[in-house]
Design a binder for this molecule. Structure first.
Ligand code: NAD
Ligand code: TYD
Length: 353
């Protein structure tokens, strides 16, 4: 038996696999298309670990996935694979439709065929966990209560609309065919191995490179921030204890305005890595044109997963962001490989025959 992780070379997927294999010996089959966001360098420590099998594959490949499910006797699937960056979805939505909607549909079809053929006891214990985002709920007013699982879907960007579509498909496959599926909707993650296009790693990288720290609009947009390891623990717990057919919201109880996030990063860097010529990294903050259709606020009520499953975030934003900045400072080689594109050569050499 083993678990299948899709998108396991991405930011959250690779953290999840590293965490999983640090806690147990159940093998992981990792399928990932290795888009620009897929970086097997994150999993370098597992390069010769028999418990980790990597297959370069698109989640849309119904035939190969069906064969892999049977060959590896997969008992559970965690679906991370997606196009995940809002700005990219605004510039070019096509890949988001293909992977997040069509890809999830094909993956679900492979799952349905495989699951139907299982023995009764295996059918009952099988799980399909779809990892989604709080962005499907749309934008909150300043005083509105945080998102709960029964909030109306109201996605505003091509990214969130494509994730909302995939959530609806997963729900429909449970409701119509009985596929034992669960959905998690999570707030903004941060931590090790995040591609430096998202706000936190981009700000750390640009600060150290001496380039501007772009703040969209007035910088007062609010996000809830969750340390990635807390997210990985939540997913493991939902997989084990979650009720089939249910949705669980996951958040860090850490609402922050973007400008505050970037200023906090600068404060930490000022202490941990003072600028050579003196002064503060805050001097690099630059207000730029706002993102079109920019959602003003996201916030998560994680009461349900707390009550039903006993999960709570362990990192506050203060502890999590300090760990994150320190990780990037200590892993400048990783950042350099990613920003130069050298990680693609590493993947060729180590994983692709
Ligand atoms: P990421 O962009 O870092 O990684 C995505 C991974 O999926 C990459 O390794 C990429 O190569 C792979 N992939 C893309 N298209 C594929 C395809 N067609 N077939 C197979 N693999 C494919 O994303 P992430 O930040 O790790 O997010 C993982 C999941 O969590 C996504 O579904 C995302 O919507 C969701 N999520 C992310 C956040 C966040 O803050 N990062 C928050 C909530 C939910
Ligand atoms: P991002 O990390 O792209 O995540 P998401 O859009 O999924 O929330 O952005 C987080 C917030 O930071 C979002 O409100 C957009 C803003 N932002 C900036 O102000 N400057 C930047 O350079 C980036 C990448 C994001």
């Amino acid at each position: 038996m083993c678990i299948l992780v899709t998108g396991g070379a991405g930011f959250i997927g690779s953290n999840f696999i590293l965490e999983w294999l640090s806690l147990c010996d159940e093998p992981v089959l990792n399928i990932d298309k290795l888009t620009y966001a897929g970086n097997l360098y994150n999993l370098a420590s597992l390069a010769i670990d028999q418990r980790h099998t990597f297959v370069k594959l698109d989640i849309s490949d119904y035939t190969v996935i069906l064969k892999l499910l049977a060959d590896h006797k997969v008992r559970a699937v965690v679906n991370f694979a997606a196009e995940s960056h809002v700005d990219r979805s605004i510039h070019g939505p096509e890949d988001f439709i293909q992977t997040n909607i069509v890809g999830t549909f094909r993956l679900l079809e492979a799952m349905r065929t495989y699951w139907k053929g299982l023995a009764d006891s295996e059918k009952t214990s099988f799980r399909f966990l779809h990892v989604s985002t709080d962005e499907v709920y749309g934008s909150l007013g300043v005083d509105a209560p945080p998102f709960r699982e029964d909030n109306r879907y109201n996605p505003n960007s091509p990214y969130s609309a494509s994730k909302a579509s995939s959530d609806h498909l997963v729900h429909a496959y449970h409701h119509t065919y009985g596929l034992p599926a669960l959905i998690t909707n999570c707030s903004n993650n941060y931590g090790p191995y995040q591609f430096p296009e998202k706000l936190i790693p981009l700000s750390i990288h640009n600060a150290l490179a001496g380039t501007p720290l772009p703040i969209y609009g007035d910088g007062q947009q609010i996000r809830d921030w969750l340390y990635v390891k807390d997210h990985c623990t939540a997913i493991q717990m939902v997989l084990k204890y979650g009720r089939v057919g249910e949705t669980y919201n996951i958040g860090g109880a850490a609402e922050k305005a973007n400008l505050e996030v970037v200023r906090t990063i600068c404060d930490i860097l000022d202490k941990e890595n003072p600028k050579a010529g003196g002064g503060s990294y805050k001097e690099q903050i630059a207000f730029v044109k706002d993102r079109p259709g920019h959602d003003r606020r996201y916030a998560i009520d994680h009461g349900k997963i707390g009550r039903e499953i006993g999960w709570e975030p362990t990192e506050s934003f203060t502890t999590g962001i300090r760990k994150t900045v320190r990780w990037y400072l200590a892993n400048q080689k990783w950042v350099a490989e990613v920003t130069s594109g050298a990680y693609l050569e590493w993947i060729e050499k180590h994983y692709i025959a």
